[in-house]
Design a protein around this ligand. Structure first.
Ligand SMILES: C[S@@+](CC[C@H](N)C(=O)[O-])C[C@H]1O[C@@H](n2cnc3c(N)ncnc32)[C@H](O)[C@@H]1O
Length: 861
């Protein structure tokens, strides 16, 4: 795997930047007032864990009642306890659960050191099946505490092999950390399918940052899923993969086929980029950096990404919008803007009865915006020269200077006089920390407002503009009297905010949205107009002639196309982005999934597509094209060598990143759902920039002596999928011989305890083989494998059998066998560590027993 090591180092460096590190060279002095200033005398000092700007901001926003404020701050200043989730689709998940419940929980009883907690380690009460766990120690404490050493080792190892995933407790509610939420989504689709079958669905995970894409690929590789595509597009311009009006001409009379050719999603998770102040406990450097402008700065992008998510959603589908920020400008304001722009096509779902054990707070109905030290309660107060930064959508009413909301007509309902709606009645089912919770700040605002209706005039606006032009700040004057506050009429209390002191976690914001009908083309156009209005400097979406042709009364398909059109036609605009994309790609030329593209050959497109393909070469340069692997000779030789049952389809399911079949090194298996998306992507001219897809199933491996008739070995990741369909090159070993193989890595035929096993092994064809653990001393002539079968990929040489499993995986498997079958764990593990030094590749060239990816410990333990 060329470049694995290099990539590992780069990733480590990249992710170390955000690590828990409270003693760090701090070149900037910390002002008591918040953000730092330049300082030529660098000091070595711990990160400040206070920022008066932060405190003032959140007190004013009223996200925490006054009597909880000290507790809130005190928790924010403590390191975040570690949390992890057991991979329920892992073969050993019940063993791991039992080890945690029966071994670690008991043995660590004495180790509690936190006044908030009575147990050292406990399952999260709101997460089903005891599959998510909370440790009352930060990762730093775990690393340093000797009593926790055994637990630390256990967590590290299980995390590395994919049996558990470190994940922040509150982010388990939904979505993906660098891969962990995607992993969780994959688990969900796999669990809903019978063992041994591939799910009908798929997950497309997208990130604009190619380094994060690579980390995500690494994390999700452990899930061994053929139903994943990782893309590297800008989310706000995520391609539609929808056949547009031009294409539709070619499909007259074939609407059914056309329907199948629209890429729309049942679920979308928008875990958007944010200021991240909900992660203060694990990233304390945010204390130093935080300022109110951070939230304002990402609001526009968040709205754009969320709206793109809505456009890509099927009618009836749901989207989760989430941030790890507590800031209402990034949270409620964005949700309100989605509802406003969607014009009744989207509803905010009441999820108050879900996960009743999870303590959460309702979303705010009112908030303010802070800019350059000024508190702004309404857009009318925004000085003209700040209007390209502070947008109407940041305020609860989205009211412009003209007194009208800038969105669709129905958005008028969004403006209410404060006091008329608090939304409190909608949140009675939530398990609140304080059932009567209602921010005192809110009450104050409400009280003040009841006598102060919102101004919807024009005269006052004119006065303000005059004041602005004379360089005075009308906002400052009005705020002195705290005379008015806007309140959103949307049911924003249905959003949830989780605060650190609710359950000793980080902070998180979640909103669940459901698409009720297609977005009206005019809303899309209006959104574009809004963008043009609010900023003359940003031109996100090119005007689209086809959009205007689509009549709202046309059939559903047309509406779906209209929705998608907002970015389907971005292709031309995206050429502007090319230089950026290309430079990103050039950073990853050594990676496994994203490598330098020598030619644009995809091998799968018709004449018409070739033109598109050449354009794509420019746009996606630096990314190897995905190519369906159709070389019949090779496929037949693989099928025949391993005796792969005909009912296991290979045709149309194998892809590579190399168009020259003779030089293909790795073959990936893709599900039918991934195949369909891939075909659609070819048809629309490869708009999706795919960095990885499917499951590595075969790898080229030549025996030194050329004795094996098959030049591809099985990959460990692909084995569980293929195993039930293999009838040749497969052996059944007793527990002791299986353990010896893992332990010594290479064993001569004559040295197996079970002589008949050695004999059968010697009779196999040279090359790759599979050794299955014979758990119940079954008759071994007819091996029936299923999802619970324990098996490893090996190599049959002239005189011996060697394992093609990484030393780490071998160690883990030995440990699991020891726990399950009660073998002498200590001896076996010690010996295994010694033997892992043995060169496993002595039988064959290119033997990659470790799969070559250096572990990144950022998200580990
Ligand atoms: C809060 S993180 C969450 C992402 C992911 N769910 C995770 O936890 O790793 C935001 C992610 O958005 C990515 N991002 C930032 N801007 C983006 C954009 N315009 N399009 C797509 N991804 C973007 C960042 O690289 C980052 O990985």
């Amino acid at each position: 795997m060329g470049g694995g090591q290099k990539r590992g180092r780069t990733q480590r460096r990249h992710f170390k930047q955000s690590r828990e590190n409270v003693w760090k060279h701090n070149p900037k002095k910390i002002l008591p007032d918040g953000p730092s200033t330049d300082d030529s005398n660098p000091t070595w000092e711990p990160f400040a864990n206070q920022n008066t700007g932060f405190e003032e901001y959140y007190k004013e926003q009223g996200i925490v009642p006054e009597d909880e404020w000290e507790e809130f701050l005190s928790l924010l200043r403590k390191p975040l306890p570690a949390a992890f989730r057991i991979n329920a689709s892992g073969q050993f998940f019940t063993d791991i659960l039992s080890q945690l419940e029966n071994d670690f929980m008991k043995s660590l009883e004495a180790e509690v050191n936190d006044e908030h907690e009575i147990e050292a380690i406990r399952p999260l009460p709101w997460y089903p099946g005891n599959l998510a766990w909370h440790l009352n120690f930060s990762r730093m404490q775990i690393r340093k505490n000797q009593a926790l050493e055994r637990l630390h080792e256990f967590l590290k190892q299980e995390n590395e092999v994919g049996n558990i995933t470190r994940q922040e407790a509150v982010s388990m509610v939904v979505c993906a950390a660098p891969g962990s939420k995607t992993f969780q989504l994959l688990e969900i689709i796999h669990q809903s399918t019978e063992p041994g079958l591939l799910p009908n669905g798929l997950v497309i995970a997208n990130d604009v940052d190619v380094q994060r894409c690579n980390l995500l690929i690494h994390q999700t590789k452990r899930m061994c899923s053929a139903n994943l595509i990782v893309t590297n597009n800008e989310a706000q311009h995520f391609p539609s993969c929808t056949l547009t009006v031009d294409h539709m001409e070619a499909f007259r009379g074939g609407k059914e086929e056309l329907r199948a050719n629209i890429l729309q999603f049942d679920r979308v998770l928008c875990d958007v980029p944010c200021s991240g102040d909900g992660t203060l406990r694990k990233a304390p450097d945010i204390w130093r950096k935080w300022n109110a402008g951070m939230g304002n700065g990402v609001h526009r992008l968040q709205v754009e990404i969320a709206m793109r998510g809505i456009a890509l959603l099927k009618v009836g589908g749901r989207m989760v919008y989430s941030t790890c920020s507590m800031n209402p400008v990034e949270d409620e304001a964005v949700v309100a803007e989605i509802l406003r722009r969607s014009g009744g096509s989207v509803e905010l779902v009441d999820v108050s009865s879900e996960l009743p054990e999870l303590i959460r707070r309702p979303g705010l109905k009112t908030w303010k915006v802070k800019d350059k030290g000024l508190w702004l309660t309404t857009y009318k107060d925004v000085p003209i020269y700040r209007r390209n930064v502070i947008l109407p959508s940041m305020f609860p009413s989205n009211q412009t200077c003209g007194g009208r909301p800038v969105s669709y007509d129905g958005a008028q309902e969004d403006v209410e006089v404060l006091g008329s709606t608090t939304g409190k009645e909608n949140v009675t089912n939530l398990r609140m920390r304080d059932q009567d919770y209602k921010s005192k700040e809110h009450e104050t605002h409400c009280g003040n407002l009841q006598n102060n209706k919102m101004q919807t005039d024009t005269g006052e606006t004119a006065n303000k503009l005059q004041e602005v032009s004379s360089n005075k700040s009308p906002a400052a004057e009005e705020l002195d009297g705290d005379s008015k506050v806007e309140v959103s009429g949307f049911p924003l209390e249905r959003c949830l905010r989780i605060l650190p002191h609710d359950q000793n976690s980080g902070a998180f914001f979640i909103a669940v949205l459901q698409k009720l009908s297609h977005l009206h083309a005019s809303h899309i156009k209006q959104s574009n107009n809004i963008r043009n209005k609010v900023s003359t400097t940003v031109d996100f979406i090119r005007k689209d002639e086809h959009e205007a042709e689509i009549k709202p009364s046309e059939d559903l398909h047309h509406q779906a196309v209209a929705e998608a059109a907002s970015s389907a036609k971005l292709t031309a605009d995206q050429s502007k982005e090319n230089s950026k994309t290309n430079s990103m790609c050039s950073e990853v030329t050594n990676s496994e999934e994203v490598v330098v593209c020598d030619d644009g050959e995809t091998g799968q497109v018709g004449k018409k597509d070739v033109k598109g393909k050449l354009q794509i070469q420019g746009r996606w340069r630096g990314v190897d094209p995905v190519v369906l692997f159709t070389d019949e000779t090779t496929i037949n030789s693989i099928r025949s060598f391993y005796g792969i049952n005909e009912c296991f389809a290979l045709d149309g399911h194998l892809v590579t990143r190399n168009s020259d079949a003779n030089h293909v090194k790795r073959i990936y298996y893709i599900s039918k759902s991934v195949h369909d998306v891939l075909q659609l992507n070819f048809r629309v001219g490869q708009r999706l920039k795919i960095t990885s897809l499917g499951l590595k199933i075969f790898e080229r491996q030549k025996p030194k002596d050329g004795s094996s008739p098959c030049s591809f070995r099985l990959s460990s990741e692909g084995l569980p999928l293929l195993l039930p369909y293999i009838s040749k090159q497969i052996l059944c070993a007793s527990l002791v011989d299986f353990q010896h193989l893992l332990q010594y890595r290479t064993i001569k035929f004559a040295d197996f305890v079970d002589a008949s096993f050695g004999e059968k092994a010697s009779n196999l064809m040279s090359g790759c083989c599979v050794v299955v653990l014979n758990e119940g001393n079954q008759i071994t002539d007819n091996i029936v494998a299923d999802a619970s079968t324990i098996a490893i990929v090996c190599w049959k040489g002239k005189t011996n059998v060697s394992v093609l499993v990484s030393p780490l995986d071998a160690k883990e498997l030995l440990e699991r066998l020891a726990v399950r079958f009660g073998s002498d764990r200590g001896t076996l593990l010690e010996e295994n560590e010694t033997n892992s030094e043995i060169d496993t590749s002595k039988n064959c060239e290119d033997a990659e027993s470790t799969d070559g990816f250096e572990m990144v410990d950022q998200e580990g333990f």
